[in-house]
Design a protein around this ligand. Structure first.
Ligand code: F6P
Length: 320
């Protein structure tokens, strides 16, 4: 192993830059050459690749987004696109690739490793939807971003005596909603993994008002209801409490990563380089407890993500 490539793919997440920095610096420290592949698998297909040095990753540890940029490549999924990528890997003399991204990016990494290219995956997504690891890079920052939004909205919710629905990201995973909802003391948390009834939400709202509560925060994970505005209208009609909706959207994907995400990214990247040096392939890096772990990529992709039921129940108990 002499030269490795690093790429970020799929939706960006805060901490990806810290991961790129750590891959580049750990690899160079250990005598490897490193190239940065731009816009994920798109850059791999088109040869959009540049040499990385110690200084090319200076001043990025605190920045959100990804300095390598990112893309969701449809072409890479085709045979033609994949073969173009293999050709580029060969031309640039890349011996192994560190892929930073979510499950879609890991499927691409799995395919590359099956074609004989050593690949190691780092979980970079705000969704925390990869079951093999307790945390993904970017999740903690996204939860804190939502928490700031809850605090701001709570102020105005109290002033006006309103109910506020805050819609958060997460794709099919309710972790952002659950963690931010628990930390923010939300009255109700609506996640894709659990059935919900608008009547129960209304009951909680009315109970809260009856004991003098002035604000009401409902955290709604994206995709659970077809139309979030209609849910707000329904709650308002049923309870008589003015109900506003805020969709946080991409604000959750940006911003300076928290200390947790920077440390997680750095530790995971350090392990990825270690594995590369040992000529290991087809592994993904995760965290269990406080330990950095690695696992076979195909095995990791088959584990089903489940909602933390203890936390979900606790959030309900604490928000009575
Ligand atoms: O996977 C990260 C994520 O932000 C999801 O939470 C969300 O559903 C999706 O990406 C949004 O994708 P895009 O940025 O392409 O709109």
């Amino acid at each position: 192993m002499q030269k490795i490539g690093v790429l970020t793919s799929g939706g960006d997440s805060p901490g990806m830059n810290a991961a790129i920095r750590a891959v580049v610096r750990a690899a160079i420290y250990n005598g490897l050459k490193v190239v940065g592949i731009k816009r994920g698998y798109e850059g791999l297909i088109n040869g959009d690749i540049e040499n990385m040095s110690l200084s090319s990753v200076a001043d990025i540890i605190h920045r959100g987004g990804t300095m390598l940029r990112t893309a969701r490549s449809e072409e890479f999924k085709t045979e033609k696109g994949f073969n173009k990528a293999l050709n580029v890997i060969n031309i640039f003399g890349i011996d192994g690739i560190v892929v930073i991204g979510g499950d879609g990016s890991f499927k691409g990494a799995e395919k590359l490793s099956q074609a004989g290219i050593p690949t190691i995956g780092l979980p970079g997504t705000i969704d925390n939807d990869l079951a093999y690891t307790e945390y993904t890079i970017g999740f903690d920052t996204a939860v804190n971003t939502v928490l700031n939004a809850i605090s701001n909205i709570r102020d105005t919710s109290t002033s006006h005596g309103r109910a506020n629905i805050i819609e958060v990201m997460g794709r099919h995973c309710g972790d952002i909603a659950l963690y931010a909802g628990l930390a923010g003391g939300a009255e109700s948390i609506i996640v894709p993994e659990e059935n919900f009834s608008s009547d129960e939400i209304c009951k909680r709202l009315i109970q809260g008002r009856n004991r003098g509560k002035l604000h009401s925060i409902i955290i709604l994970a994206e995709g659970v209801v077809k139309n979030s505005y209609e849910l707000a209208e329904e709650i308002e009609e049923k309870t008589g409490i003015e109900t506003k909706l805020t969709i946080l959207g991409h604000i959750q994907r940006g911003g300076s990563p928290t200390a947790f995400d920077r440390i997680l990214a750095s530790r995971m990247a350090g392990r990825a380089v270690e594995l590369m040096l040992q000529n290991k392939s087809s592994r993904v890096i995760g965290i269990k407890g406080s330990e950095i772990i690695d696992m076979d990529i195909s095995e990791a992709l088959t584990i089903e993500k489940k909602l933390n039921q203890d936390m979900y129940r606790l959030a309900k108990v604490l928000s009575i």
